[in-house]
Write a protein of this length. Structure first.
Lengths: 325, 97
C-alpha cells in the first residue's frame, strides 16, 4: 500500500567496488531520476563518488567525513529532514530517497535511525535494502565481514559484473547468496530489473510476496561461513503476547548472531496472517498481510544465524511459545 | 492494514501505531488486555529476580526492581535494554528447561 505522504527511504549497499554507483546511475537514467532524491555517503576525506554519479536526480547530497552507519548518523537525520522540508517547493517532488552507503557500511544502523528518530517517523518509512555483489570477486564474500552484514540485510541482491566473471562463476555466486540469504530476491543489473523490483516493493500491498517466497523455502541450505538457516513450520502461536516476549528476548540476547528473521504467522484470534521481518536487532513493524489465499508454507518463521545453531531456536520456539492444536 | 504493537504484540489499526495511533474502543480494550498479559508473563519470567512489571498502555511497561527503583519503558525492546543497562541478566530463551 502506498503511503504518499510517507517517503520510502531505500538503502543501496554493497562492498567496495561492487558497482553501487553504476547501478544507481543506471536506475536514475532509466526513469528514477525525476522522482528520486539521492544521498551519497563516502568514507574518505575527499568525496569522489559524487563525481562518478552522473545524476539525473534534482536532489543529490553527499555525506562526507565518515561512514553513514556510525559517525554521520546525525548528518543523515538532518539531511533527511532538510530534504523533506524542501520537497514541497520542488517542481517535481521526489517520491523516494535512495541512500548509497560507503562500501564498508553496515546498513543496519541506517534502518535503526529511520525507525528510532521521532521526527523521521512521521515523514519517512524504511524502504528496501538493495545490495550489490560483484560476481567477479565472489571469493571476497568469504573474507569481508562487512559483505556478510550487507548481504544478509538485503531484500534484493543485484549480481554485478557477470560478464567479467563468466557464467560458471556467476552461477556459483548465486548459489552462495542463496545460502547466505535465502530470503532475498537475486536479480541481474541489466534492463529495468531493479526499477521494476522497487516499484513492486513500493506498491504491493504490504509484502504479499513475502508469503510467496516463503512458500519456495522447501530446501535446507548447507551451512557456509558459519551462516545457517532454519524454517520453523508451525501453526498459530498459542499466545501473541508470549510470542512477542520470546522473539524480543531472543533478539536481545542473541541479536548479533541472528542475522535475519522473516515469517508469516496465522493470527487465529482475528483470522488474519501476520508478517514478521527483522534484521539482527532491527525489527520492521509487523503487519497483517492482505493475502488472496493462505500461503502454502502455512505459518512459518525463517531464521538466518551466524555462529548459532538454528535448531536451538526451533526447539526454544516450540518449548516457550507453543502452538495451537 | 494492521500492525502488531511493539509493546505487547497486540494488533491495532493504521500503518503504524507510532504514527497514527489506534482507532476504536475495541482496539484500545484489546491493547489494554494484551499489555496486561505481557506484564503478567514478564513478571512470571523474572520472578526469581524479584522484578515486577505492570502495564499502562498510555505509558508502556512499568518496571519495579527489588531495590525500590522503578522505570518506565515504551516497548519490549526497551524493556530488555533496561535490564541489560541495570546489569540484570536476561534469561536465555535458548537454555533448556
Amino acid at each position: 500500500m502506498i503511503q504518499s505522504s510517507i517517503i520510502p527511504v531505500h538503502v543501496l549497499t554493497g562492498f567496495l567496488g561492487s558497482g553501487k554507483t553504476t547501478l544507481l546511475n543506471r536506475a536514475l537514467d532509466a526513469g528514477f531520476g525525476p522522482e528520486t532524491a539521492v544521498i551519497v555517503n563516502e568514507f574518505g576525506d575527499v568525496g569522489l563518488d559524487q563525481l562518478f554519479l552522473q545524476t539525473r536526480s534534482e536532489e543529490t547530497i553527499v555525506l562526507k567525513s565518515g561512514c553513514v552507519c556510525c559517525t554521520v548518523r546525525t548528518d543523515l537525520v538532518s539531511t533527511l529532514l532538510s530534504l523533506a522540508g524542501r520537497r514541497g517547493g520542488l517542481p517535481h517532488p521526489f517520491r523516494r530517497i535512495i541512500v548509497e552507503t560507503s562500501g564498508i557500511s553496515d546498513p543496519l544502523p541506517i534502518l535503526q535511525t529511520l525507525r528510532s528518530d521521532f521526527n523521521l517517523l512521521t515523514r519517512f518509512r524504511v524502504g528496501a535494502v538493495v545490495c550489490t555483489v560483484d560476481a567477479s570477486q565472489c571469493g571476497e564474500i568469504q573474507i569481508a565481514r562487512e559483505s556478510v552484514a550487507q548481504i544478509t540485510a538485503a531484500d534484493v541482491i543485484v549480481v554485478t559484473k557477470q560478464n567479467i566473471a563468466g557464467g560458471l562463476a556467476s552461477h556459483a555466486v548465486r548459489q552462495r547468496l542463496a545460502v547466505l540469504n535465502p530470503l532475498a530476491d537475486v536479480i541481474s543489473p541489466e534492463g529495468k530489473g531493479l526499477i521494476d523490483w522497487i516499484y513492486r516493493h513500493e506498491t504491493m500491498p504490504d509484502d504479499a510476496a513475502r508469503a510467496g517466497y516463503l512458500d519456495a523455502l522447501s530446501f535446507a541450505p548447507a551451512p557456509t561461513h558459519n551462516v545457517r538457516s532454519v524454517v520453523i513450520r508451525t501453526t498459530a502461536p498459542a499466545s501473541w503476547s508470549r510470542f512477542a516476549i520470546w522473539l524480543t528476548r531472543l533478539v536481545a540476547v542473541h541479536g548479533d548472531r541472528i542475522l535475519r528473521v522473516k515469517g508469516v504467522l496465522f493470527d487465529a484470534e482475528r483470522g488474519v496472517w501476520l508478517g514478521v521481518h527483522g534484521v539482527r536487532r532491527f525489527f520492521y513493524p509487523p503487519v497483517h498481510l492482505a493475502l488472496d489465499r493462505d500461503p502454502a508454507c502455512g505459518s512459518c518463521l525463517v531464521f538466518i544465524t551466524e555462529g548459532l545453531d538454528p535448531a536451538r531456536i526451533e526447539a526454544s520456539y516450540r518449548r516457550l511459545v507453543g502452538t495451537e492444536a | 492494514m494492521y500492525l502488531m504493537c511493539g509493546l505487547c504484540g497486540a494488533l491495532g489499526q493504521g500503518p503504524s501505531w507510532e504514527q497514527e495511533g489506534i482507532a476504536g474502543g475495541e482496539a484500545r480494550w484489546r491493547l489494554r488486555r494484551q499489555a496486561a498479559a505481557v506484564a503478567t508473563e514478564l513478571t512470571s519470567l523474572l520472578a526469581s529476580k524479584r522484578i515486577t512489571v505492570g502495564a499502562n498502555p498510555d505509558f508502556g511497561l512499568i518496571v519495579s526492581f527489588p531495590t525500590g527503583g522503578t522505570d518506565i519503558v515504551k516497548d519490549l525492546a526497551e524493556f530488555w535494554h533496561l535490564l541489560q543497562r541495570r546489569g540484570v541478566g536476561i534469561p536465555d530463551p535458548l537454555d533448556g528447561p
